[in-house]
Design a protein around this ligand. Structure first.
Ligand SMILES: [Zn+2]
Ligand SMILES: [Zn+2]
Length: 226
């Protein structure tokens, strides 16, 4: 416990119980979503993309750990503005035990790549919450973590203002591979693209296309919530 915790004791963002921002009993109430194929949205065992749905540049599968509700929702909203590292560290303890269920499906010894924010937006707020969450999770799983593998250009419009097909169009061409990491991809390192929330999947799919176009072999998607 640090000095800050003595002066401002942590309390659960959902029930108010003291000790943590995300307490055991509140997180247990949040269900996990059914795993679905990222291409057709129909149920899929372990989150794999169905063989018949798979295209050359498709994700190999996708896993979302919790439904976007309860304390998970509150915590993901809160950490955009405050206590980001503390909340991310707490969440990573829970994701660590949840991920045990998916380790058969997920690639072995992967590199976790968080979806980057456009740099101006990131600088205004001071940090990228997806990167902070991803780093905490990767450390706990002892996965490699490369936050600058993907570079991002500016979006024409904020994704939040758009619906399904418009989102897909808006995000086209927005990512590029940081050429410094080409050897990592050429050496067949398996990659897990990470985002905090799965909405339409268009961001993860677009990022995956860039990685596969540059030679990536296995690319999964992973999000905290859906
Ligand atoms: Zn609670
Ligand atoms: Zn499918």
């Amino acid at each position: 416990m640090g000095l800050v915790d003595l002066i401002f004791p942590r309390s659960c963002l959902s029930c108010g119980n003291q000790g943590r921002y995300v307490c055991d009993s509140c997180i247990k109430k949040v269900p996990s979503p059914k795993l679905v194929c990222p291409e057709c949205q129909r149920p899929s065992i372990d989150g794999f993309t169905h063989i018949k749905c798979k295209r050359t540049l498709s994700l190999d599968g996708i896993i979302s750990i919790w439904c976007y509700q309860g304390v998970v929702r509150t915590a993901l909203l809160k950490l955009k503005y405050a206590y980001a590292r503390e909340i991310a560290t707490e969440i990573s303890v829970y994701t660590n035990s949840q991920l045990d269920k998916f380790l058969i499906a997920l690639p072995k010894n992967p590199t976790l790549v968080p979806i980057p924010l456009y740099f101006l937006k990131e600088n205004l707020r001071g940090f990228n919450q997806t990167e902070i969450l991803g780093k905490a999770m990767a450390m706990r799983q002892t996965w490699k973590f490369v936050p600058d593998l993907l570079l991002r250009k500016m979006l024409k419009k904020p994704q939040a203002e758009l619906k399904g097909d418009e989102r897909k169009e808006n995000i086209k061409g927005v990512f590029a591979l940081n050429s410094f990491y080409q050897p990592l991809i050429t050496n067949h390192q398996s990659l897990i693209l990470f985002d905090d929330i799965y909405t339409t999947g268009s961001t993860l799919k677009e990022a995956c296309k860039v990685l596969k176009r540059n030679g990536a072999n296995v690319v999964w998607g992973l999000t905290i919530a859906r």
